[in-house]
Design a protein around this ligand. Sequence first.
Ligand SMILES: [Zn+2]
Length: 130
Amino acid sequence: MMNWLRRFMMGRYGADQLSFALLILYFVLTLVSQTIRWPYLMLIALLPIAWCFFRMLSRNVQKRYAENLVFLKFWNPVKGWFSRHFGRMRDKTHRYYRCPQCSQQLRVPKGRGKIEISCPKCHTKFIKKT
Ligand SMILES: [Zn+2]
């Protein structure tokens, strides 16, 4: 079975981040269509899953690779924003400020009262309550 699958997948592109995102999109759309009871959304959900399988089985590796790069160009900033945002929420011991001069992000320990913060990038000093 595995041998057959390996032979079948030879020279084909396989899975990547874009295919994984399409798979997630398929599950989300299916879930939403069941929640709002709008069956047409189920048909729309077939588009990303069809594209996902088409990409995995595609022999045009270069083109699929280029597609994934385009996807990552949009996805990485989004992912970065989320991980920064949720990392900040998890961080109970620090406060986050932006330098008023150069908008560099600064991390300051909480609970120190009023302190003078100096920006490591442009050396602007400003007072904040932590
Ligand atoms: Zn600064």
